[in-house]
Unconditional design. Sequence first.
Length: 326
Amino acid sequence: MPGKKKPRRTDAWTELLRTPAFAKPEGRGQKKLPPRTKLAHVLLGLGLHPPIVLGTRTFPGQRKDEGNRIRSTIANNALFASSAFGVTMGVAHQDWTPRAKAAFNLEDPPSPYEVATYTLGQYGLGTPAPFSSATRAKKPHATRRFFQGIAGRAPRLHTSAFMWWLIGVGDEAIEEVIPGWEQVRADYIRVLMETSSFAMWALGADLTPIVRSPRHARALLTEDVEFRAERKEIFSSTYVQTLLRLGKRARPVSRVLPTLSPVYATMAEKEQTEFLLPEIWQGELERVRGNMWWNVVGLKMYPNRKERIQHRDGGFTFQLEGRRVL
């Protein structure tokens, strides 16, 4: 007798949206979420065009209606939708809450924008990614997948919540889905600070004084798995552990960031980007916002599909208020 077919593995982006908080209303037909989705598809599905979208020439294959499925699921939770479909979505949070900031145990922790860009960003065409020449020879278009390395250290649901927060969903919206979110996020940051690559990047200190070999130097310059052991050696050194314990940024250096960020640094940057979008992208943005209106307003305000279609033009500029700003 053949064994039972294994369910397709989901990914962190859809994990949060699969919780009971996003259950569809009784009696409403709704397509299921795709088993997996990409960051670029999440951003485009929400009508966002940060540098990672505008600077990437091609995207991975997208399933039909993937954006519609994500939007219709988000619309099942009014508070989350008010943030994800709001004017502030895609704009990095400007600061950490006191508890989240304390979790870094650093006098000068990286900003939410820096963390979003470091963990989710990519390097643009013409900008060599921080991989060795050997890795680039095997995979010329190798992409960074930071959160895959966290999979065994924290629940995927918490990774999902943290990623959604990084791209602009508000604290109050995630709190409704994950009660105790403030503590969950603090604990997650502590997990990140136990990860050698993230902790040394977040520290933002010159570590060359403890480099003892060419491989140690390469370990600080690349993100290759090949140099994981050397990174752990540097991370475990008395020098680095003392700095982390004291929270000191001795001999500060700039934190290196990928060139293509997944978020806007400010609201002004988002407004400017949308104003300058090519006509074809403007049309796509209108379609996305019209679909948001359909899910949030149209389905409730108009009793039948014909009426919704008659009024849907009013949704092309639809946006909600967005998250509460800290």
